[in-house]
Design a protein. Structure first.
Ligand code: GAF
Length: 378
């Protein structure tokens, strides 16, 4: 990827080299739709990245080329200069959010590419935001912007320039990711802890339904509104501070839909803690059980699954896979599966065969390798 970027950079912007930066997509073992509810998440960065070569160009313009989309965009750094291409708005948003916080961004040339599958729920957008946030901090701000602020710059980009009212999980994972470690983040206090993750005798594997997941025009924002309505009714800041009993006490005053959304969130925050405890004890059976519970909740109560993902979850169960669930925002994308090494080949071939027979194409399979987050490539 680096060679290809370098070659295209020379063609577009001349022979003087820029600096390379990369940031990663993410998985999340458990803790879905809890981030914007002040709950816990348990993500890790993966070995699929967005990589960019970047060089200041001495002007007030940003000139950027996306190899994968095969498109060029050029924009200024003022609010009214927003580009029309949606992919370029991620980069523009990052520039603007840095400037709004008093940071410095000058014109630059950039070429980028990636191998984070798009629309698979692996947060290619957070990888893109984090890559540029990290780079512009290094290039123009002497690395004075703190890592948490870099994640927030990515999140605000989604809110203010891309129409997704997301939580902090994806950008946090992309910025803070560490090889062989998952991270438990408390999205209320923002405290986090690394958990070494290399389950003996198991693999984590993603099965991508190839149903394209796009949060912008999905009911993701509506889910968040449901949670906020219930929190307000309960008189708490977020559902992190709500209990199942409190929820039941207002059941008659809220819609059935809002009730089930909140019920899922309240249950999910407990599951993350249970999974962390189980992991420390090497109790993978419990980890897997909780993953299935999450899938059930996301499908039936939170209603962010789809037929194809429910089908993949059923296949995993039939094959005796230890844990399986839809991962990320939902409405398409992947299931994440905790599979015994001894069952791996059989599970993958059965999933491919059955999915193909029903939907006319095979799912994509990605073995999860937990890797480092945003960095400058030496
Ligand atoms: C998406 C969002 F971007 C995250 O903030 C998070 O809410 C996730 O969906 C669901 O857990 O990836």
């Amino acid at each position: 990827m680096k060679e290809k970027i370098s070659q295209v950079f020379k063609e577009k912007f001349g022979s003087e080299e820029g600096v390379f930066y990369a940031s990663a997509g993410r998985i999340n073992l458990i803790g879905e739709h809890t981030d914007y509810n002040g709950g816990f998440v348990f993500p890790g960065a993966i070995d699929k990245v967005i990589m960019a070569e970047i060089k200041p160009n001495g002007t007030e313009k940003v000139r950027v080329f996306s190899i994968d989309i095969d498109e060029y965009a050029e924009f200024g750094l003022k609010e009214e200069d927003a580009p029309s291409q949606s992919w370029a708005r991620y980069i523009f948003g990052v520039c603007r959010e840095i400037i709004k916080r008093g940071g410095k961004v000058e014109g630059f040339d950039a070429v980028f590419a990636g191998n984070v599958p798009l629309g698979a729920g692996l947060s290619s957008s957070a990888a893109l935001e984090s890559c540029f946030a990290y780079a512009l901090n290094d290039m123009f701000n002497g690395n004075t912007i703190e890592k948490f602020e870099l994640a927030k710059i990515g999140q605000s980009t989604e809110h203010n320039y891309c129409g997704v009212n997301c939580g902090i999980m994806d950008q946090f994972a992309s910025v803070f990711g560490k090889k062989d470690n998952l991270m438990r983040l408390d999205c209320r206090s923002m405290e986090y802890e690394y958990f070494p993750f290399s389950p003996t005798g198991y693999k984590l594997v993603l099965v991508d339904s190839r149903v394209k997941h796009e949060l912008k025009d999905s009911p993701y924002n509506k889910r968040r509104q449901s949670c906020e309505r219930v929190a307000k009714r309960l008189g708490v800041d977020t559902l992190r501070d709500a209990t199942a009993e409190a929820l039941d006490s207002v059941k008659g005053d809220i819609t059935a839909e809002d009730y089930f959304r909140a019920k899922f969130v309240i249950e999910e925050k407990e599951r993350v803690l249970a999974v962390c405890d189980a992991l420390v004890k090497g109790d993978y059976a419990t980890v897997g059980e909780k993953m299935y519970e999450t899938h059930h909740g996301l499908s039936k109560d939170y209603e962010v699954s789809c037929e194809e993902l429910d089908f993949l979850n059923d296949v995993a169960k039939e094959c005796g896979v230890t844990g399986s669930r839809i991962m990320g925002g939902g409405f398409g994308g992947c299931t994440i599966n905790l599979v015994k090494n001894t069952l791996y080949d059989q599970f993958i071939s059965t999933a491919k065969e059955k999915f193909n027979a029903k939907y006319g194409h095979e799912p994509m399979i990605y073995d999860v390798v937990i890797s480092d987050g945003a960095h400058r490539c030496e």
